[in-house]
Design a protein around this ligand. Structure first.
Ligand code: DX5
Ligand code: ZN
Length: 213
């Protein structure tokens, strides 16, 4: 499958978000991964719908909004209205998954579902036919710059075997040095935060990530 790079603005300079979104788009990224954290579901706070709305006019990237928040159903409409294209919710934070999937669909957005490293793939198997993308976390959600947990790639392999055409995203600890193995495991949408924005040449990192065999 075609490889898509989704730079995570969590590691960007928040004072220059628009500029950095334009830069990664020029460098060949197709998604912009937007990490939303609430200080409850994860021990960190990032940004809300107003930032997504402010950024929207500067970018034609697919806004890939990763909700690491409690009660995501309270905020889905606001993120949809702000300009999200894909809204991904954590299995661990949702009590009525079918209802949440329906809510995102009613807003006309693509639906993603995600699991933390300790959650087995089996937990989300009942929902996969209802979503557009599955995000397999390869770090504990909350912070950029952590190391990829190799054992999580086993979930990617298992999922790809069962779903040859599904968008499978991997998030956490992906670098130029391990992106080939993440892609070979079966991920076609690959998030990279610190690898891209921590570099002096983010554009070069994105092209290397797109082409690394
Ligand atoms: C972690 C976030 C990630 C993070 C990845 O909770 O979901 O998207 O930005 O950062 P890196 O690529 O630095 O591991
Ligand atoms: Zn993320």
């Amino acid at each position: 499958m075609k490889r898509i790079i989704a730079p995570s603005i969590l590691s960007a300079d928040f004072a220059k978000l628009a500029e950095q979104a334009v830069m990664v788009e020029k460098a060949g990224a197709e998604f912009l991964h937007i990490d939303v954290m609430d200080g409850h579901f994860v021990p960190n706070i990032t940004l809300g719908p107003c930032i997504v709305k402010s950024l929207r006019p500067y970018s034609s990237l697919i806004f890939d909004v990763h909700l690491m928040i409690a009660h995501p159903e309270k905020y889905i409409d606001a993120f949809a209205d702000a300009g999200a294209d894909i809204i991904t919710v954590h299995y661990e934070s949702v009590s009525d998954m079918k209802g949440v999937i329906q809510q995102i669909r009613e807003k006309g957005k693509r639906v993603g579902i995600t699991i933390k490293p300790a959650t087995p793939l089996e937990a989300i198997l009942p929902y996969i036919d209802l979503v557009d993308m599955v995000l397999i976390m390869t770090v504990e959600p909350g912070f950029g710059g952590q190391s990829l947990i190799e054992s999580c790639l086993e979930k990617v392999r298992a999922l790809r075997r069962q779903y040859p055409a599904l968008d499978i995203e991997v998030d956490g600890g992906v670098k130029t040095g391990n992106i080939a193995s993440v892609y070979q495991a079966g991920a076609n949408v690959i998030v990279a935060g610190s690898a891209v924005f921590g570099s002096d040449n983010p554009g070069d990192v994105i092209s290397e990530m797109l082409n690394k065999k």
